[in-house]
Design a binder for this molecule. Structure first.
Ligand code: IMP
Ligand code: MG
Length: 173
């Protein structure tokens, strides 16, 4: 895998700054209420790790794993593997973290799952990146870090064929 042909789209400093802004908005919204943060593996791992350390309310973190991508650069259009083991979220504030929302199918699947199974106090969806162009659902993130156009982006948790998740910036290939 040639790691050199990635062009920088969003720098490490820009990411750091934006994470602080997102966390500030969340700190204000939740005040000091407890929040169950749900990190969608694998892509949101870096974003979640950085974001939760800026949150000031009591936080619990849970992990779920959904995948809708094959090995190529387009969404398969369906959620094809699922691993969801969540505690009881009734009466809890739930904050879902995803790496990127593209078609919105993964997010919709997850939001529907939570709505069907729990009566939460609140359910919010935050995507680090928002790729609005290919949306196939009416999903709009409550919070997002950056908007991206039709580029296939990697880094900061996002992968291409499993690689590039460890880049400190968002790049495109
Ligand atoms: P959706 O279900 O089509 O919204 O796709 C969401 C998932 O597709 C994300 O969680 C990513 O894993 C993956 N994805 C979509 N666009 C990109 C991209 O540009 N780079 C890397 N992964 C992507
Ligand atoms: Mg992925």
């Amino acid at each position: 895998m040639n790691m050199t042909d990635v062009k920088v789209l969003i720098t490490e400093d820009e990411i750091k700054q934006r994470i602080k802004e997102l966390a500030a908005a969340m700190n204000e919204y939740y005040d000091s209420e407890e929040v169950y943060v749900i990190c969608a593996l694998k892509g949101a791992i870096i974003f979640a790790a950085d974001l939760i350390r800026e949150l000031k309310m009591p936080v619990k973190i849970e992990f779920i794993r959904l995948s809708s991508y094959g090995g190529n650069k387009t969404s398969s259009g369906k959620v094809n593997s699922v691993d969801i083991a969540l505690p009881n979220l009734n009466a809890k504030n739930v904050l879902i973290l995803e790496d990127i929302v593209d078609t919105g199918l993964t997010a919709k699947f997850l939001l529907d799952f939570i709505e069907l199974n729990f009566k939460t106090k609140s359910t919010k969806f935050c995507a680090f990146l928002d790729k609005k162009l290919f949306r196939q659902t009416d999903i709009e993130p409550d919070y997002y870090g950056f908007e991206v156009d039709d580029k296939f982006v990697v880094g900061y948790g996002l992968d291409y064929n499993g690689y590039y998740r460890n880049l400190r910036y968002i790049g495109y290939i």
